[in-house]
Design a protein around this ligand. Sequence first.
Ligand code: AMP
Length: 400
Amino acid sequence: MKVFVVNCGSSSIKYQLFDMTDESVLAKGVVERVGSADALLEHTAKGMTTKQQVVAPDHSAGMKLIFDVLVDAQLGVLKSISEIDGIGHRVLHGGEKINQPCLIDDNVRDVIRENFLLGPLHNPANLMGIDAAIAAMPNVPNVAVFDTGFFATLPPHAFRYAVPSAWYTKYHVRRYGFHGTSHRYVTRKAAELLGKHAGEVNLITVHLGNGCSMTAVANGKAVDHSMGLTPLEGLMMGTRSGDIDPAVLFHMHSVGKLTLAQLDAALNKQSGLLGVSGVSNDMRDCLAAADGGNENAALALRMYIYRIAKYVGSYYTILPSCDAVVLTGGVGENSVAVRSWILQSLARLGVKGDEKRNGQTVRGKAGPVTTDDSTLPVWVVPTNEELMIARDTMVLVKGE
Ligand code: AMP
């Protein structure tokens, strides 16, 4: 069975084609700058990566280009596009109505549309991708896998904000949670690696990429999560502030004369590592700058680690027990230095880092980065959201 996985952004279409007999990736790539005059298709297959300028005025055109390259005589991996058995879509926001992966029909499309306000950057793009895929291959089942889905099990005391109840009942203001497919994937994988049943594992999963989020997992289910109504709350991120006193906004509106749009841009795009370091949103650049003596970059890193330690401490308290802290995402999987600071910052919880293991667990490797006698083990588990979506799609397409 072959499954095509799509992740549509407002100006990009990322894709992977899986052969589910062995879960191998046959091809992957991205169309960037969709909608502009100079779109770019990067395609990797058969061990070769090619880049070409393409014309992709909209998502439909971009999707057609991808299907064309998949059957191209030189770059392609399929004889015919009809070899694709199912298409899985990453969708940001299912609101409160959908929390499971599901076959896409008009009802599901309506729910994705209803949640445009809660996911203004992603849901419209996700729906464009779905429509483009349906238009290109009308007879193939499409599956939506929601980023919010894993958090349907959060109890009300974790998902409600202490604001007037009508904000929730009338305007749906609550914690939804994001990166759910990643947290779900690493939860299952960690359970497997720890030799535990998926429904029995207790974890703190920490996704550290450009966006950063954390989940408390009790008996395999999410019971708390750091992101909220939007992916802005919680940990410090590449360009996002994470937690902040909401009154800062009133202050900056009245004293700094910032408009709502400027406040939104400041917290989402000009804060986090970028805002504090003044160097970059990219962890590698911040590490290099701090190494070179840049004090703002060093402070940004310290704040980043400090916030993670505070969240681990609070999640540790609310869990019945904790089998491991799991690190994932671009930073969690690759940065030996950041992991080393995280390990040190968790010493009070009985974490004993193993620098040799830490140094060796890179480039997609999974494993513990603590000593065997560490009271609280810390593991690195590389995430694979696309594979999770492909698995979900296969199950629904097969009707198992
Ligand atoms: P992601 O969003 O999961 O792709 O992660 C992106 C982040 O991972 C960026 O901040 C990168 O700088 C960071 N990253 C990737 N590789 C490394 C590395 N070897 N060391 C430090 N940070 C890294």
